[in-house]
Design a protein around this ligand. Sequence first.
Ligand SMILES: C[S@@+](CC[C@H](N)C(=O)[O-])C[C@H]1O[C@@H](n2cnc3c(N)ncnc32)[C@H](O)[C@@H]1O
Length: 432
Amino acid sequence: MKQDLQMSPDDQMAAYTEAVWSGLYAKRTGLTGKYDNVRLYWEDEITRIFLRPHLQRLIERSQGGMRRVRILDLGCGSADGYELLRGVRRREADLEDDHVNLLSPDILGLYKGVDLNSDLIAQAQALYGDRPKMQFEQCDFTQGLNSAGGNRPFDLYFTSYGTSSHHNDDATMIALLADIARQSGDYCIVICDWLGRYSYEWQTLWTNDLSENRNMDYVVSYIYEKDEREAKRDELQHLWLRLVSRQEAEHIVSEASREAGVAIRPLQYFDRSVFTGRHMDTADYNPYAQPIRQVVNSLHETNVRTELQTLLVDYVPKPGFEFLNDYFEHLQMCWNTLVVYTDCLLHHYDASERRFHCEPDPIPASYPPVLQEAMRKMRGLVEGIGWLETGLPRENIIEPQLGYALRYLVMNLQQGLGCGHGLVGIFEIDKR
Ligand SMILES: C[S@@+](CC[C@H](N)C(=O)[O-])C[C@H]1O[C@@H](n2cnc3c(N)ncnc32)[C@H](O)[C@@H]1O
């Protein structure tokens, strides 16, 4: 950890420029790259699920006032926020509904994306520049909201995927939030997205003294596969990013409220990517990190069979952090129990007889309800389609569903403390 590293916002743009030029920031999904399966099926979806009730309320308010919704995406990259928000559903999709997205084209008034990186702005322009309700502008959000193109009120001030951690110094984050609070209309929602201070991926950086390790030297090594990563080690780009716990997020927001004289009310915090952060695969900041993201990517990959034993997590506790160790150990136990149970179901199922050749063990009533539910669903699934034969039911149905069951477990057990790769805060400003 380089404590003395100082990087200006412009210096940091080299990392994103290299990522764009490497081709690994291209919009395609799969086992690797920025838009790998975990990003698409876990991270984007988890974010959408947590945002859904708040976005729904926001849209209903705007509609009630006969106004369309205006969105400012701060650090928009290549318009990723637009893609994420456009995919938020009204609810879990019913089988019969064709139109389930909340943010329908007629509801959207304006999506404005701002970013400091000219290559990413160019990528966004190339993708969406022809749409009249989408605008992009190059600017630096550490210089305040006016410089970030936000002088007319927006309904949603959005950031995603650790962008708020680019405020290396809390003063610029507080100033930006205070600007938003002063300049917003009667009502708005603000989403902040930081790197979680206590992600298992960077356990070596954990500290009880919050004045230490406030920022991390974040190597953008994860976009390459292992061999390429090691070969390029000396040329890899670095970012200097703020690590944030729930306590620190609360402090930043209350300081901004005080500075603006306007209440910024926290609605929800959540941890995203608890065992599946990108640096689990690199083990760059924790020698005990296992490549869990890679295995979860494989679960969701079409026609690829995954060895389920490689999904088992062996969490190594850090002395002096009992509150975190307890949480991670509990999650590990639930995660592994679901994986082992699914593996047993697959071994006990007889496809020709269309039933289990020996009855799986009953699910103990002492297990957490979310784990019991996930196990019951996996059993129902294996019984329901194990006999299908065509279309690779294990690779293409059971394994992705195990991915979703694990995702459900992690989402329901997270506590919004900064224990995931991302710590997201959803806030409300209501001036009426
Ligand atoms: C982690 S990326 C997230 C990109 C995108 N929002 C997404 O969800 O994938 C952070 C983004 O913030 C931008 N950024 C970093 N510092 C910035 C600054 N000072 N002003 C404006 N944008 C900045 C970067 O160029 C990058 O596109």
